[in-house]
Design a protein around this ligand. Structure first.
Ligand code: PGA
Length: 248
């Protein structure tokens, strides 16, 4: 499996800005061998049609940042996985810590969303990670294993139908990054758990996320169980995203 860099734009950018931004990205990516890695842009729902158009002919994949647990029905305001599929989306971030914290998403809802994404033939980027308090209480591993086990309960896994992102909550958007060793240790734990669930676990891509940027990407990406990154702040500028891609 190729290393995988996924940009998580969160609640940033306007649809009308995308054409120019993608041109900038394409120009900057000329210095990177795109055969060596996979790149996806996870954008707000409103941006997806324009982004799809701007990315036409490029190997960069389209991603969403969330999804409804329901495929259709009377759920005002929701966006369903088949709708995303119809727009050309390939990846869907599920269970991001900001959704768990600000939108009360619990393990059961995250599991239902993983199932909805699979049902539509899309690939979830399942986020797991502990808070600072949980790490300081020595519970980091237990929390991550609980989140992972709950989200994947009853799920049939293939290496190419799941991406896991280990994102320690205290490192997200804070400028604090887990050390290469700590990130590797947790990603190895995640891989161990995946191995219990599927023989294909060796090939499931496990991303690190949390203040990854050009200056720290190479060390993190060199770890044996880290297969890429989920990038927030540093993905907003084409130049800094390409710096990370170049470190793959
Ligand atoms: P960050 O965000 O790179 O800004 O820390 C990562 C994420 O939340 O996915």
């Amino acid at each position: 499996m190729k290393p995988f860099i996924a940009a998580n734009w969160k609640l940033h950018k306007l649809p009308s800005e995308l054409g120019m931004w993608v041109e900038e990205l394409k120009t900057a990516l000329k210095s990177v061998d795109m055969e060596r890695l996979e790149l996806a842009l996870c954008a707000p729902y409103t941006h997806l049609p324009a982004l799809r158009q701007a990315l036409e002919g490029s190997p960069i994949k389209l991603g969403a940042q969330d999804v409804s647990a329901h495929a259709e029905g009377a759920y005002t305001g929701e966006v369903a996985a088949p709708m995303l599929k119809d727009l050309g989306v390939y990846y869907v971030i599920v269970g991001h810590s900001e959704r768990r914290a600000h939108h009360h998403e619990d393990d059961a809802l995250v599991r239902a969303k993983v199932a909805a994404v699979h049902e539509a033939g899309l690939v979830p980027i399942l986020c797991v990670g502990e808070t600072l308090a949980e790490r300081e209480a020595g519970q980091a591993e237990a929390v991550v294993l609980r989140q992972l086990g709950a989200a994947l309960e009853g799920v049939t896994l293939e290496a190419d139908t799941l991406v896991v992102a280990y994102e320690p909550v205290w490192a997200i958007g804070t400028g604090k990054t887990a050390t290469d060793e700590d990130a590797q240790a947790m990603c190895r734990t995640v891989r161990g758990k995946l191995k219990e669930l599927t023989p294909a676990a060796g090939d499931v891509r496990i991303l690190y996320g949390g203040s990854m940027k050009g200056s720290n990407a190479a060390g993190l990406l060199a770890q044996p169980d880290i297969s890429g990154g989920l990038i927030g702040s540093a993905s907003l500028s084409a130049a800094s995203l390409v710096e990370i891609a170049a470190a793959c």
